[in-house]
Unconditional design. Sequence first.
Length: 83
Amino acid sequence: MRLRVEFTTEPFDLDEAPAHAVVAREVIQGAELDAVDVGPFGNTAEGGADEVLIAVDSLLRQALASGATRVSLQVNVIGEDPK
């Protein structure tokens, strides 16, 4: 199955990306995912279920350890994995 994850981390800082936001983006960009889109107010990535779930686990752990006080995320099934 293929999944899409959308997430944001808080607290926000409009002047400079906080450490937790940078770490979260690095986790997603470094994961074995495709269709990664990072932005100032939300991030989206797609991939196989195992890859997305591993990335989400790492994202949560590392963002919280880096100062995030809230991580909002949504995971959607978007189809079957063609593998």
